[in-house]
Design a binder for this molecule. Sequence first.
Ligand SMILES: [Zn+2]
Length: 699
Amino acid sequence: MFEEKGVNKILYGGDYNPEQWDEETRDEDMVLLPKAGVDIVTLNVFSWAKLQPAEKVYDFSDLDSIVKKVTAAGMKICMGTATAAYPAWMAKKYPDILRVDFEGRKLKFGKRHNACPNSPTYRKFSPHLARKLAEHYKNQDNIVIWHINNEYGGSCYCENCEKAFREWLKNKYKTLDALNDAWNTPFWSHTFYDWDEIVLPNALTEYQYGSKKSQLPGISLDYMRFNSDSILQNYIDERDAIRSEIPDALCTTNMMNAFKGLDYRKWAKEIDIASWDNYPQRFTEPHYDAFAHELIRGLKGGKPFMLMEQSPSVTNWLPINSLKRPGEMRRYSYVAAAHGADTIMFFQMRQAPASAEMYHGAIIDHSGRDDTRIFKEISALGEELKALKDNTLGGKAHAECAIIFDWDNWWALEDTPGIPDTVKYLDEVLKYYRALYESSISVDIIGSEDDLSKYKLVIAPTYYMVCENTVKRFEEYVEKGGNLIFTFISGYVDENGHILRGGYPGTLKKLIGARIEETDQLYENMESFECEGVRIPEKIVESHNSFKYKGTEYPAHIVCDIVYPEEAEALAGFMSDFYKGQPAITKNCLGKGCTYYVATSSEARFYAEFIADICDYAGIKDVFDKAPVPVNSWNGIEIAARDKGDIRIYYIINHTNEEKELEFPYEGEELLSQEKVIKGQKLKLSPVDVKLIKVASRD
Ligand SMILES: [Zn+2]
């Protein structure tokens, strides 16, 4: 991704905040960091107060000195724009920059990630600083990419946002009639007669009794879209300011996993290289970590991304922050590379002397020593990455299976009253992803608008919100031989959140070949509650339902859609209650392909069985070109692959603390040890170990 900048290996390094240190310490760092194998540092992420100490004063002298030292030490630079926390003088002089929170409280100066995205002050000063930085450093050849702001997020409910929201709505709907129709405002006398009557949906308006569900889902869905767009505009403001000085500058911003607040798929269109910050904890399941990497990779059509941050050891923001055990930092690094990362970067290079992140892990800890466990592990990985050279750079996953992940659907599904609180979009997506991951099947995470034709199977979990043109594309895909899986509560509403006419699953009915008349929401382990006059006196541990698939009984959780097949055939039926015998899974063929509908949520052993069957039917192979078998008890070995032309690199990762063995089916070369691998060789994997095997031919 940075070949033109002379980069021919995985870049290794991360956030460096020397503003907090004296010259002597900085000079020590210039020796220690290259010693650890660091060849890139991210500078200037939170330096606004230093760069602009007063409204008309810009002072880059300290940053110049840091850039000079870093350059002399032979390191590349990922250059921050410093706009994720504004100076105190700015908040005092221009209070429009302060956010108003969900409860309607005007905030004061403090924390970070704190600017109102529609503040005229912020929109003036942040791109101005970005432009000045670009002007100042445009000839600094070792800057490989511009890192705009930091971990964008949050929301604001101030008057400027309210005004901007009305403009956004005017642009979208053109007329109030169209808006009133889209939001179904005759309900509860919500008709708007003037744009100025529209107020932002928050705790003071449409969210009552501390509920997370909006009483006017249409306005809330539009607000979420608007808020994401507003913050994206902040990114675009800065990017365009940089480009006005450096037309070919590469720009990114560090994203955060499956982050609900921002529609990253829309953001990705404006970003040159996707990048993100990964902070797995000891309780993070391996499939979730892999999913997050693949979600980010999918934003730019499968191109390699930057792992912008991870901790070398410990984080600081959880109630309990446990250490990464020996070997775990290396393992997490290769998991990122296995799923498409072409940089391995950390927060942070040196542990802060005070403040919120002083206990966050770093390559150089408070002792300043180069013989700590962490420094030694970082240095060892640095050596490995040097030896890997460009072997893995640019490789892409070859996936025959995709999972659709859409922010609009996520927002609408979880924000609408009547959809049970127990429905969690991300959880449902992960259930399917996990079955594929543990079977070593490559998966792309895509959006509804992406090209489906290259996949043999597309899974759209809880595909609640359906756009008309998407349905046509789905139908074409299936008719030409594609296989689709939908799951419960799919096909309910259109892009405005209006119920699709004619009953569920609305416009997906031709594909699914069945109608869904009712949905039973299951009580499961509910604590006592009282709401609107309804009181549940004590804990309800009522059961789930169950269904039988291929002779095995599986639990049905969360909801049971009551399905009446028309063209579809039933593959499994519910086992109790008044809808006993109604299908829990259906299959409907259209043209050369088939659509499956799973009317409930279950547990891992069901997904393992079901996904293996569908993959077998669809002709999907695992990364070893074998037909998948159900993985009911995963052995803890992750196997992923990236292709570069005819060459495939296998990443074999032991997620357990035990010795493992794996028979490798091809001849190849293990890149970390540079040892030959013979076809059929039993590879020995020590605890948390990783092997990278380059295979030229898979005969
Ligand atoms: Zn605001």
